[in-house]
Design a protein around this ligand. Structure first.
Ligand code: IYR
Length: 220
């Protein structure tokens, strides 16, 4: 394969004060992001979703293969089908597929098999991961696809939050039904389902505590 041409890096060198100020304000902004399970049905601007998907698509990936697709669903019928299929799986999860420890860990969050947000949220974004893909009739491998798509998901959640939208990272499992309902090709494996929208009026979230810096940071 031909080598890339190399171009000057577009890098902005900041002063220490600027770096600290920006790091703090970004931390504070991200700290305000919460997983939302109660959405209003108010539509969201298409252009905002496009900008945020573009931001997510700028994530680094193994060998720059960009092994992801973002499927934005705003069709009520498709959302209904997804809700029905997801709830069927979740009834099995809550009814015995998740063990007692898992159910005890979830109890404080108050989740159950009912997923109305899949129909109410104005948009669902399904991220798929390509473990491989076809090029010129040949099967080509991708690399570190879990890591790559995970990083892109982080970019997407941060971008949507920054743009003023609420999100939930939802992983109905198994997610094979998404491939069937969305008619995606075999090499695209559903990775994450992200309902997007505005929180419903009066929306409440659990009063969670985050680990302190000393608990998560080790200088070595
Ligand atoms: N997928 C189920 C269960 C669930 C699992 C975890 I781990 C969570 O953090 C939250 C929920 C559901 O969506 O209800």
């Amino acid at each position: 394969m031909a080598e890339h041409t190399f171009v000057p890096l577009d890098f902005e060198r900041l002063t220490e004060e600027q770096m600290i100020a920006r790091a703090q304000s970004f931390r504070e902004e991200l700290a305000r992001r919460r997983s939302v399970r109660h959405f209003s049905d108010e539509p969201v601007p298409r252009e905002v979703l496009e900008e945020c998907v573009c931001a997510a698509g700028s994530a680094p990936s193994g060998a720059h293969k960009q092994p992801w697709t973002f499927i934005v669903i705003t069709d009520a019928q498709v959302q209904r089908s997804i809700r029905e299929a997801a709830e069927e799986e979740e009834r099995r999860n809550y009814g015995g597929r998740m063990n007692d420890e898992w159910l005890r860990d979830l109890a404080p969050l108050g989740t159950d098999a009912s997923k109305p947000f899949l129909e109410i949220a104005p948009a669902l974004i399904v991220m798929t991961r390509h473990a491989w893909e076809e090029k010129d009739g040949e099967r080509r491998q991708n690399y570190y696809t879990q890591e790559s798509v995970g990083i892109a998901a982080g970019f997407l959640l941060a971008a949507l939050h920054h743009a003023g939208l609420a999100t939930l990272t939802h992983t109905p499992s198994p997610m094979g039904f998404l491939q069937r309902i969305l008619g995606r090709p075999a090499h695209e494996k559903p990775f994450l389902l992200i309902p997007v929208g505005y929180p419903v009026e009066g929306c409440e979230v659990p009063d969670l505590e985050r680990k302190a810096l000393e608990e998560i940071l080790v200088w070595a």
